[in-house]
Design a protein around this ligand. Structure first.
Ligand code: KG4
Ligand code: ZN
Length: 370
């Protein structure tokens, strides 16, 4: 393996041509091409369909599907951009955290392209990519200032992160059991809805009453900003069991859906308030992850931001859920931050995929203002 500074001679790397990025950490096979200033030249996201029938993402199936899909998705993205591989200045891929099979496929594919074209490779942390999306030109861009609070709520992640600068992250709290999206998916399954369950549950909740079923709010009011959803899931299961699944009337299912959603919503607003208390100089609250698609939750978090007198940023849904634009943008931000700090940057070609990769272990120039 080569291990060279990005500009060869330990000089500081500067991106002058577009970057091609790949995301394969879960069940989205995605590729994007961004100009050096972050303009999206082309993007493709393919959500693998085979998992729905199995009730969740099967890691081995996902990895094989990434392998089968990736060449076509990269070719399609290049085609949309009107560029050839020779015109790409750098390659990037998500190398963790995530499902190891997918990470191996995506990062090796991007590394192969980087080696073939003799271009640098940037290894991107998935959570960091979600954290920096709000700074993408056209989302909040320059309006968003450090530090800000990121609330990442998806099927696999549920955490509050203080973003002090590019490369400077602090996990303020996270779930001690299930992720929020996972709870939505499990409750939806109990109600006989499809997978992923979040969107279907939100739809059904519109027919129900949010105060119909009493559910305890886990960790609400507790110090810090950790989450816990496994007890809530059990509480819902008990309510459903009192009816017997086959006989569950739609009105009751809708009441359960609305009450559960309200419960998650209240907990999330409370946890966000507590996280802001831990980060009193926060200038914005940013949400990301599939659960951020939920209208009730979005509204509650917007209210928390308004009360705190800070900016609320919810990137457009396609950038909230897994995508490769965020991977490309995080790579650009990283390259810029090294440049800004006057430090040389190592080529990520020898970075191994990591199923677990805590934000605190990101090796970066660590720049508070760029
Ligand atoms: O970010 P994402 O697309 O993938 C990862 O998990 O990384 O998030 C998917 C999760 C699923 O658990 C899905 O049920 C949930 O986000 N979700 C929702 C909604 N749309 C998607 N949860 C609640 N309400 C929604 N409208
Ligand atoms: Zn994600």
């Amino acid at each position: 393996m080569r291990s060279i500074a990005l500009s060869g001679d330990m000089a500081i790397f500067s991106l002058t041509s577009p970057i091609l990025a790949i995301e394969t950490s879960c069940d989205e096979t995605a590729c994007a091409i961004l100009s050096p200033d972050g303009a999206i030249l082309a993007e493709t996201v393919h959500t693998q369909s085979g998992h729905a029938a199995l009730g969740g993402v099967v890691p081995e199936i996902a990895a094989r599907a990434h392998l089968a899909l990736l060449p076509g998705i990269v070719a399609e993205t290049l085609d949309k951009s009107g560029l050839t591989l020779d015109e790409i200045g750098a390659f990037a891929a998500c190398t963790g955290p995530g499902l190891i099979g997918g990470l191996i496929v995506g990062s090796n594919y991007a590394k192969g392209l980087a080696i073939a074209k003799d271009r640098p490779f940037v290894a991107v942390n998935h959570i960091e990519a979600h954290a920096l999306t709000a700074r993408l030109p056209g989302v909040a861009g320059d309006e968003i200032k450090f530090p800000y609070l990121l609330l990442l709520v998806s099927g696999g992640h549920c955490q509050c992160v203080a973003v002090h600068g590019v490369g400077i992250y602090e996990k303020l709290g996270g779930t001690i059991d299930d992720a929020a999206g996972e709870a939505f998916d499990k409750v939806a399954k109990m109600l006989g809805l499809g997978w992923p369950g979040g969107p279907a549950l939100e739809k059904l909740a519109r027919e129900g009453r949010a105060d119909a079923v009493a559910l305890a709010r886990p960790l609400m009011g507790r110090e810090g900003c950790d989450f816990s959803f496994s007890g809530l899931k059990t509480a819902v299961a008990r309510q459903i069991a009192s009816y017997g699944m086959a006989a569950l009337p739609r009105v009751f299912a809708a009441d359960i859906a609305a009450s559960f959603q309200q419960c998650v919503c209240d907990v999330m607003a409370d946890r966000a308030r507590h996280a802001l208390a831990l980060l009193p100089d926060a200038r914005s609250l940013v949400v990301a992850g599939g659960v951020a698609a939920n209208g009730t939750i979005r509204k509650a978090l917007e209210e928390v931001s308004t009360q705190a007198g800070i900016l609320f940023v919810a990137p457009p849904l396609r950038l909230c859920t897994d995508n490769a634009v965020m991977v490309g943008w995080a790579a650009i931000e990283t390259i810029r931050s090294y440049r800004h700090a006057g430090q040389a940057m190592e080529d990520g070609i020898s970075a191994a995929p990591r199923p677990r990769w805590p934000l605190t272990e990101i090796v970066a120039a660590g720049v508070r203002q760029v």
